[in-house]
Design a protein around this ligand. Sequence first.
Ligand code: SAM
Ligand code: SF4
Ligand code: SF4
Length: 354
Amino acid sequence: MHAYMTPSAGTPLPVQDAHGRWLNSLRISVTDRCNLRCRYCMPEEDYVWLPRGSILHFEEIARLVQVFTTLGVTKVRLTGGEPLLRHDLPTLVTQLKANHRIRDLAITTNGVMLARHAAALKAAGLDRVTVSLDTLQPDRFKRFSGRARFTDVIEGIEAVRAAGFRRTKVNAVIVRGFNEDELVDLLEFGRERRLEVRFIEYMDVGGATQWSPADVVPRAEILERLDAHYGGTTPLPDPSDGRAPAERFALPNATTFGIIASTTRPFCGMCGRARLTADGMWFMCLYADRGVDLRDLLRSGASDDEIAAKLGAAWQKRTDRGAEDRLTSADRGPLYQLDRLRQDPHREMHTRGG
Ligand code: SAM
Ligand code: SF4
Ligand code: SF4
C-alpha cells in the first residue's frame, strides 16, 4: 500500500482501508444528551456525560467535515444522542451545506422536537430526515422510551412532510416481546404517509446492557411474518452495491421497506462509515474500542493538510469488521456492562451516534 499523500490545493483524494473499503460516510453525534431513554440504547436514567467544554463548536465540526470530504466523504448524517437538543442546529446545517462535496446531508432524530424545528432545518438546506419510531401504541412508547412523548413524534413526522422534505424514512428497532407484532401496522403507517419504514435488528452495541440473543427478531423472521400477511416480499436491486446498510424489499402492493440486519447478516464488507463524537473522537467502527482524538489535533493548531494526513493514514490501517466479529463470538451477550460504560462514555451508542 502507498503512503498517504495529503490532498494538495483541495483536490479530493479518496482513501481506502486495509480491506479496500472507501471512506465515504460520516455520522456526527452533535450531542450525547437525549430526551428519551429507549431501553435498547439508554436504559439508565442518568449517565456520565461528556464535559461541556469538550464539545466541538459548529465551526470546528464544519472544518473537520471539510477535511473529511477531501478524503472521499460525500454523505453526512447528524445524529446523537438526540441531535435536536443541540441548540441552533440549523446553523450547523447551513455551514455544512456550504460544502459542495457533501451530496447527502441527513439527520436521524427521535422526532420529539421535530415539529418545532422541521421548517428551519429545511430552510437551512437539510436534504433528508429519518425519524426513529418503534411503536404506534402510546402506552408502549412510554414503557419503552421512558417518556410520554408519542404524540410529539407523530406531530414531528407531520411537520417533516409539511416542511417539504422528501424520501423521509422511519427506523424501527424490533425487539422480541415488545413490538414484533407491529410490523404490519408500522408498514401501513408508512404507506399512508409515503414514508419508507426500515426494520432494524436489535444490536448488542455499547449501551444495550439488556441485550440478549433471544430478544433479537432476525431478518428472516421479519420477512416470514410480512410474507404471511401480504403474500410475498420481493428483494429490490441495490444501487449502492452493498454500501447502504438497509436491504430493500417491495410488497405485492408496491410498498417498499428496508431491513437493517446488522446482527444476523452484518454488512461490514463494503462499510465506509465513520463516526465523530460531539467531543471530536473519531471512531472507524460502531464497535471499535478506541478512537482517534481529533479535538486535540484541531485545538493544537494543526493545518488542514496535517489533519487530512492523520485521517488518511489511520483509515488506510483500518481493519474493523465489528459486527462480523460479534457474530462469531462465543457466548454472545451485551458488548459492555454498566461499569465499563461508566469508565468511558465514548463506548455508549448515544455518544458515538447510531
Ligand atoms: N436519538 C436519535 C434517534 O433515536 O433517532 C438519534 C440517535 S440513535 C442512537 C440512532 C439510531 O440508533 C436510532 O434509530 C435507534 O433506534 C438506533 N439504535 C439505538 N440503539 C440500538 C440498538 N441497541 N440496536 C439497534 N438500533 C439501535
Ligand atoms: Fe432512543 Fe435515540 Fe435517545 Fe438512544 S439516542 S435513547 S435511540 S432516542
Ligand atoms: Fe461498519 Fe463496523 Fe458497522 Fe461493520 S460493524 S458495518 S465495519 S461500522
